[in-house]
Write a new protein. Sequence first.
Length: 444
Amino acid sequence: MKKLFTTFSNIWKIQELKERILFTLMILVIYRFVCQVVLPGVDPAQLVNTQKTGILGLLDMFAGGAFSKVSILALGVMPYISASIVVQLLGIAVPSFQKMQKEGESGRKKLTQITRYLTVAITAVQAVGYVKTQVPPEAILIDHTMFYVLSGFVLTAGTLFVMWLGEKITDKGIGNGTSLIIMVGIIARLPLALKQEIESRFTGNEGGMIMLVLEIVALFAVVMFTILIVQGVRKVPVQYAKRIVGNRQVGGVRQYIPLKVNAAGVMPIIFAQALMFIPNALIGLFPKLTDSWLHQYTDITSATYSLTFAFLIIAFTFFYTAITVNPTQMSDDMKKNGGFIPGIKPGLATSSFIDDVISKITFPGSLFLAIIAILPSFAVKVGIQQEFAHFFGGTSLLILVGVVLDTLQQIESYLLMRHYDGLMKTGRVTGRTGIPAGGSNAVL
């Protein structure tokens, strides 16, 4: 405990780090304050029973409750994330985008500008669907046509404002701004979710304190398991680890190739979740589809939803790993640096061997992600309130754990650069990226 207080004291002694933390907190407070501002022309008194469930509840959690409050920030930062994912995929498939990725800082600025324009387009489309499906007609105080037009502009401006706040945190604060905004929105829902769960346990014959304690223990276990998955396993299985080594030693220790069981991070769940939102969006735009087969994809507790979600996560894990981990490049780098794999010829044979290892260790990683993603469905089925069940896994828990680890990694770097003790006994906090703090511009 003494070491913990000493570490916090050291953090406060570093002027730059202190200013960045205070700036980050200020921006997050501004964001939470603006989330309470309701769209112009809406009567807040008519919104008391607009709490969302299912997929809409998940969206509301990411927006920190702004979605259900019909706030000017109701769409939050999700359109920006969608645009970032699209641009990232275009960088894989379109040569002109690949060229911009290789142009350094100038190329990055071009891609950032394209992402912003695409964010405006996506937000404008989502804004129309949102005001038509999520705002009760009786809550609209002005002419409906005027309200739809005005709300479209306001919601688009709100998303751009959140995007700007995130960029400011990334530039002048600590951690990734966009990720921190999402994390704060998720945490903001925790007190209400916990309150609902406590009330449900002490109402009637629902298990009382014993069940509540068991739930907290289970939640702690899931969080620890998620931390292991988010950090990823740094060494490959024993039968491969003995072979994947370099011919050089650093400090008398032979160096392993940094292969991870979870090389894709949280991105497969983000991709899969984006696809799972489509049925709900279609039903919102075309109410006649409410009784169609698409309806089963709007209930996160249905077996069809869980199986489809898990399959998409496994598929996207292999896809994202394939496009981000290049065995040929790793083989070439080993050859240039004088490294080799004992018993494997340099060049194509080494590339094929690494590719085979990656394929075999990616499968268990994808299964772990799929299990974490569908845990909230099982939590609901055993009687846990849906609002609180979201914290037992899924995208929300992975984002929480990942963002906290990445932010701690940046703070750790500041402490070590100033020759202070780090936050951990090992002196290292491993984030999702596994690279030095500040070296990644990933959204999540």
